[in-house]
Design a protein around this ligand. Structure first.
Ligand code: ADQ
Length: 489
């Protein structure tokens, strides 16, 4: 196709997420440097190619002055990013408050401690007002940059109000919304004071997507039970208008991981790691340091394993790499101290003068080091208490085609539905069960490891981030065309 001006037509994709894939650091009045930011959403979306994409979001920094805003906008434009400027108060109430203190724990079935619950109840209205205001600010920026024919893809629980704001601007905008976390049972969602407003706003989108069929089902149940709407096999219907609801399981850019394994820097890191841990089996955990990842539970299960298997002392090591996130939030600071305390206790208990059983790092690793670690690992331990999908399990599998290590995977991660047949599935709350699964993995015959790995490797290399994005966008285009045909009939 061609545009009227003769330029080739390629549908533009406006990706709208709370955070841009880069974080801005101020270097002067009008000078900025940009650093890549991490997390599953960014990893997945950066693995998507072939779209004429623009990314709209917050750069993670308060920029009160116009000179700074203009300079940052110019710097970001080179990365095809468009900033939304949020002031400190909005960030505090919308991001730290409503998103991270209310929606994040609720969507992961985590109860708040009693005193936090009361404080949250008191501050709920102001935080919800800030959430709406922030979403409106995102909508203003999208609307300013929107061109006819663009597809607008909104991401995650931070932007549940966005579809409604966008459709109020332009009811013809093609709007999709995808949730990266679980959507909880409707009984959990019901407890939110703003339950109906959020559902109605998401339903303004043309297409609503989740990682798994279960999350989609929970969402449809919430709409039928809380709003009294009709659930159909295609989605949710409200007065003749259908919002399509479906599962779009995310994936990774598997080729990027597999291709990196033969490169000199990865080979060099692998050699160092093999020498460092020679004679010991390597177990690995890679997580953001977050309540949902079940890091204390994982470490306690490893302790239980050591208690029950003295013949494995000195023959196995757990490397736990945890990137700190939300470091200004007291609950996360508490988690960090708790993990340090447990690791120290276990190392004191089972360590020797020459070796400790747990190596815990509070930091992010660069891509090559991460690939090398995945490749030399014998057993990956993913013990999320809840997780939308969990891409670490995918990345591990992608890097294991030579070694065929074992994946121990929480049944509460979305990935359990795709990698369940190849992994050992566990309930992370049951440390006895996880300890037994470590023993099972360590003793697993090579033939069984090979068979399990084959299953998972085939999945990870075919269900990629690229396929996920292409399927979502083409389904969104089809959904809009079908809706237009229905209204014409
Ligand atoms: P996250 O909660 O961030 O993502 P996950 O899917 O595991 O979780 O992705 C984490 C990403 O960060 C991975 O690409 C991993 O390599 C990277 N990472 C983690 N720890 C690291 C470390 N120490 N050093 C370097 N890199 C590290 C959210 C949801 C998930 C969902 C994704 C995508 O919570 O459930 O799978 O979005 O939708």
């Amino acid at each position: 196709c061609e545009r009227q001006d003769g330029r080739p037509f390629r549908q533009r994709l406006l990706v709208v997420a709370n955070r841009l894939p880069v974080s801005a650091v101020r270097r002067g009045e009008d000078a900025w440097s940009l650093e890549m930011s991490g997390g599953g959403l960014v990893t997945a979306l950066l693995g998507v190619k072939g779209f004429e994409a623009r990314w709209i979001g917050w750069a993670g920094v308060n920029v009160p002055d116009e000179i700074g805003q203009r300079a940052l906008t110019d710097a970001l434009a080179q990365k095809k990013c468009i900033p939304v400027f949020l002031d400190e108060e909005i960030v505090h109430q919308y991001y730290n408050g409503y998103c991270n203190n209310i929606l994040w724990p609720l969507f992961h079935y985590l109860a708040l401690p009693q005193e936090d619950r009361l404080a949250t109840t008191r501050s709920f209205q102001s935080q919800f007002a800030a959430y709406r205001k922030a979403n409106q600010m995102f909508a203003d920026v999208v609307n300013k940059h929107y061109e006819d024919g663009d597809v607008v893809w909104c991401h995650d629980y931070h932007l549940m109000f966005l579809p409604k704001c966008l459709k109020e601007y332009n009811s013809n905008m093609k709007v999709g919304w995808f949730l990266h976390t679980p959507f909880p049972s409707s009984e959990i969602h019901r407890t939110l004071p703003s339950r109906s407003e959020l559902l109605r706003s998401v339903l303004a989108a043309d297409l609503v997507g989740f990682h798994t069929y279960d999350y989609a089902r929970h969402f449809v149940s919430a709409c039928t039970r809380i709003l009294g709407l009709e659930g159909t096999p295609e989605g949710v219907e409200d007065q003749g208008r259908l919002t399509r609801v479906a599962a779009f399981p995310i994936g990774i850019d598997a080729v990027r991981f597999i291709g990196a394994l033969d490169t000199p820097p990865v080979q060099e890191h692998m050699k160092e790691l093999k020498e460092r841990f020679a004679g010991r089996k390597v177990m690995l955990g890679v997580d953001r340091l977050d309540m949902i990842k079940g890091i204390p539970q994982k470490i306690l299960a490893f302790e239980k394993f050591l208690e029950e298997n003295s013949d494995w002392h000195d023959k196995v090591v757990l490397l736990q790499i945890a990137v700190p996130t939300r470091t200004d939030v007291p609950e996360y600071q508490k988690l960090t101290s708790q993990v340090h305390e447990i690791v120290g206790r276990i190392n004191g208990r089972f360590g020797t003068l020459t070796a400790v059983p747990i190596h815990h790092l509070d930091r992010s690793l660069d891509f090559h080091k991460l690939c090398a670690l995945y490749a030399v690992t014998d057993i990956a331990l993913v013990t999320s208490l809840r997780d939308g999908m969990n891409l670490v399990s995918y990345e591990f599998v992608a890097c294991q085609d030579a070694k065929k290590g074992v994946l121990i995977l929480s049944e509460f991660a979305g990935a359990a539905q795709s990698l369940g047949a190849g992994a050992i599935l566990v309930n992370p709350w049951n440390i006895t069960e996880v300890a037994a699964s470590i023993a099972q993995a360590l003793n697993m015959p090579a033939e069984e490891r090979e068979k399990r790995h084959r299953h998972n490797f085939a999945h990870v290399t075919t269900h990629t981030a690229q396929e996920w994005a292409e399927t979502f966008v083409s389904e969104l285009n089809d959904t809009v065309v079908e809706a237009q045909l229905r209204t014409r009939q």
